[in-house]
Design a protein around this ligand. Structure first.
Ligand code: HEM
Length: 536
């Protein structure tokens, strides 16, 4: 007969292991050893030196010394919350994405809002773009829509992102300004990058000083693809629309709020959720077939362009509700890792050259920020569906896979065989690709001003006044007068009224309109678009 087994006292009543659980009143070290005194270190004599032997003190300080991880290289200051996404329109004729496949289907979500330029400790009401990153923990894996509250971007090609961010962040010699675009480097860069003109206009508008996260839009920015079960593709743009509507503060309010309460936005979100005033956004999509896309007067692969809602109306397909604040800011908001490459079956990429670069950048940067590929196992990042793969080991491995097999194919049977069925549900859309390998910007990306002009003209007189005031305020901080002149010269390509008012505000004589900077390469035959731009 088998002798009766005594239950190890590390097991709970239900036989569960108390492994690493923060539980109970008894204070322990990280090794689980009781701490006898958390006030005094171990000393030789009442007034003698502290002993190296004091493992409890050394472990405590050791853990503290390593509490910080690198902040995000951009979007360092952010605030997260949990929520639920509910599909309100069955979109299964357009996409195989399970999350959008049935009206009423609910999916867990995590959202992180952020500013872009400031460091983690900067203030909330900087004039800046706001990040709006959504992780949907779908039944078929995590889908991240890593967007902003402005529907266009500064640059067309990811290769310019390091330049953009260097120019936006503090100047390298003096380390200021820390969270403002009111400085020479930023304006020098954008004055020489006409493709940034449209986005810069949005940035100088009230959109860049939202009243709170609850009152702002979110945009996926790029054109993505939906692919349905039949393998048919539809281009799609994503819009998050706040049910509370859009509201901003004015600059003078922003300045005062930053001084009085630099945490204004995070406090607002925390209080709203905790008081049951749950913020909500509708997810709306613009769906565009290939033919409609071809007929548009701009390239849908160009992230500096919106698709006008008059041409392609929005369709609401879901609703996001933020219903739970985080339990721990570091574990969740700081460690969450979004990536544009995290898409699910039914969602696919386009050739937008900014998106293509982003798909590399996020995973890459997260290795340096979170230290190991095993960050996917952190609770906030872990998919809520089963995972089955042969990725193994690495720092901070928390999985303990059993059995002899860590490769495929293999001849094992049963549980030892491991996962083998390769599910065809994620099929990359078989878009035809052809052409010479070249470093070149398509001529369909060449118009940097039409939509900037439409944006300016669409603003009410008060909103236009705010835009002019913002340009004047920001540019007045530039030390080098040629930068102010260069920016105004570029604005003349957008609208004479805008350029004249900004020049007046700065006390500048109106400079001639600039000729757009074109990154011409002499070793290539000129493309028609480049020669068109270079002409007066
Ligand atoms: C972080 C949006 C372009 C690289 C972020 C975050 C957002 C965002 C919302 C913060 C994510 C979070 O809350 O954790 C956007 C949008 C872009 C854009 C909407 C243009 C449409 C780019 C490009 C690159 C890039 C072109 C690089 C080539 C990064 C990096 C981070 C980041 C490295 C930090 C990620 C981390 O540490 O987890 N971006 N971004 N972004 N973005 Fe972008």
């Amino acid at each position: 007969a088998t002798p009766p087994q005594s239950t190890p006292d590390t097991l709970g009543a239900g036989g569960e292991l108390h492994q690493g659980v923060q539980d109970g009143d008894r204070m322990t070290t990280a090794q689980g050893i009781p701490v006898s005194d958390n006030e005094n270190s171990l000393r030789a004599g009442d007034r003698g030196p502290t002993l190296l032997e004091d493992f409890a003190m050394r472990e405590k300080i050791f853990a503290f010394d390593h509490e910080r991880i690198p902040e995000r290289v951009v979007h360092a200051r952010g605030y997260g919350a949990h929520g639920t996404f509910e599909c309100t329109k069955d979109l299964s004729d357009i996409t195989a994405a399970h999350v959008l496949g049935a009206k009423g289907r609910r999916t867990e979500a995590f959202v992180r809002f952020s500013t872009v330029a400031g460091s983690k400790g900067s203030f909330d009401l900087a004039r800046d773009v706001r990040g709006f990153a959504v992780k949907l923990y779908t039944a078929e894996g995590n889908w991240d829509i890593v967007g902003n509250n402005i529907p266009v971007f500064f640059i067309q090609d990811a290769i310019k992102f390091p330049d953009l961010v260097h120019a936006v962040k503090e100047e390298p010699d003096r380390a200021f300004p820390q969270a403002q675009s009111a400085h020479d480097n930023f304006w020098d860069f954008v004055a020489h990058m006409p493709e940034s003109t449209h986005m810069t206009l949005w940035q100088m508008s009230d959109r860049a000083i939202p009243r709170s996260f609850r009152f702002m839009d979110g945009f996926g920015v790029h054109t993505f693809r939906f692919v349905n079960e039949a393998g048919e593709s539809t281009f799609v743009k994503f819009h998050w629309r706040p049910l509370l509507g859009k509201q901003s503060v004015v600059w003078n309010e922003a300045v005062k709020i930053n001084g009085a309460d630099p945490d204004f936005h995070r406090r607002d979100l925390w209080n709203a959720i905790n008081s049951g005033d749950l913020p909500q956004w509708d997810l709306a999509v613009q769906l565009i077939d290939e033919k409609t896309a071809d007929a548009l007067p701009f390239d849908i692969l160009d992230p500096t362009k919106i698709i006008p809602e008059e041409d392609v109306p929005l369709q609401v397909v879901g609703r996001l509700t933020l219903d739970r604040v985080v339990d721990n800011d570091f574990a969740e908001t700081e460690q969450v890792a979004f990536c544009t490459a995290n898409v699910v079956p039914g969602v696919d990429f386009t050739n937008d050259p900014l998106l293509q670069g982003r798909n590399f950048s996020y995973l890459d940067t997260q290795l340096s920020r979170l230290g190991t590929p095993n960050f996917t196992k952190l609770p906030v990042n872990a998919p809520r569906c089963p995972v089955a793969h042969f990725q193994r080991d690495g720092q901070m491995q928390t999985d303990i896979p059993s059995g002899p097999t860590n490769y495929e194919p293999n001849g094992h049977t049963g549980a030892d065989r491991g996962p083998r069925a390769q599910d065809a549900s994620f099929l990359t859309f078989p878009q035809e690709v052809q052409g010479e390998k070249r470093r070149i910007r398509a001529e369909s990306f060449a118009d940097h001003y039409s939509q900037a002009r439409v944006f300016w003209e669409s603003q009410t007189p008060v909103e236009q006044e705010h835009i002019v005031d913002a340009y004047v305020f920001e540019l007045s901080k530039c030390v080098d007068p040629t930068i102010r002149r260069d920016v105004v010269a570029n604005l003349r390509n957008v609208h004479e009224d805008l350029a004249t008012q900004v020049a007046d505000g700065l006390g500048l004589e109106l400079p001639p309109a600039s000729k757009p900077f074109v990154p011409v390469r002499t070793d290539l035959p000129p493309s028609p678009a480049l020669s068109m731009l270079a002409s007066p």
